[in-house]
Design a protein around this ligand. Structure first.
Ligand code: SF4
Ligand code: FES
Length: 234
């Protein structure tokens, strides 16, 4: 296999090492392909499909975050078909998930003129907030299923394996094994999952309480007394 691959992206020729993804090749040209599930520090899985691009001659759109470049490839990152696909995907996401704290996704919705009310009959993924530990809260009504938190909890960073996908189909969500409270799992509260979450589904408990109007002293008191209470009940 040749070490370098030459291709064109949106009419601009670029040469990159073989094995480079279309996403990274586009970055080399200064072009940003929108992503949701992709994160520079986690393994790309091609889950959300927001990064799809059109490759000349290909039957279906390709996820730029996982598709590798090929010699002579002609890629279009903003064709009409690509834009329609991204717009529809954002509209479907918006019909099911609370995106109110997903700032980057909201910006994308504006950029792609996505109508958040396009699918008013869509079933929502609303569910109660999980507040079962002193460190952070989990509000999976806001979860976009990007899987980043699971990956950093597992082999991409922490090797803790406290969370994973649970259930099937529309009911799929992130959870602990047997739905145990986080305090009863292998979670070490490193906070890496919170750090990579793009949607506000995972949030530091102190931030959550501050946003609800508690003073810093009240927040400290609340999380400290909760820690003492959890310890006593062990
Ligand atoms: S909780 Fe956050 S990081 Fe985890 S899958 Fe949902 S949106 Fe992604
Ligand atoms: S960013 Fe490529 S599939 Fe999600």
């Amino acid at each position: 296999m040749a070490d370098e691959v030459t291709l064109s992206i949106d009419g601009h020729v670029v040469q990159v090492p073989a094995g480079t993804t279309i996403l990274k090749a586009a970055e080399q040209l200064g072009e940003k392909v929108p992503t949701i599930c992709y994160h520079d520090h986690t393994t790309a899985n091609g889950l959300c499909r927001l990064c799809v691009v059109e490759v000349a001659g290909a039957r279906v759109l390709s996820p730029a975050c996982t598709a590798e470049v090929r010699e002579g490839m002609q890629v279009s990152t903003r064709s009409e078909r690509v834009e329609r696909s991204r717009r529809t995907l954002l509209e479907m996401l918006s019909s099911a998930v609370d995106l109110s704290e997903a700032a980057e996704i909201q910006t994308m919705m504006e950029e792609y003129t996505a109508n958040p009310d396009r699918f008013p009959e869509g079933q929502t993924r609303s569910q109660p907030i999980l507040d079962d530990n002193p460190m952070f809260i989990r509000d999976y009504a806001k979860c976009v299923m990007c899987w980043r938190c699971v990956q950093v909890c597992a082999d991409d960073a922490q090797y803790t394996h406290a969370i994973n996908f649970t259930s099937r189909g529309f009911d799929t969500m992130i959870g602990t094994f047997f739905d145990k409270p986080l305090m009863e799992t292998t979670c070490v509260f490193c906070g890496q999952c919170v750090g990579v979450c793009p949607s506000g589904a995972l949030k530091a408990k102190r931030q959550y309480l501050l946003e609800r109007g508690l003073t810093p002293d009240e927040v400290m008191g609340a999380t400290r007394s909760e820690r003492r209470r959890k310890k006593r009940s062990k």
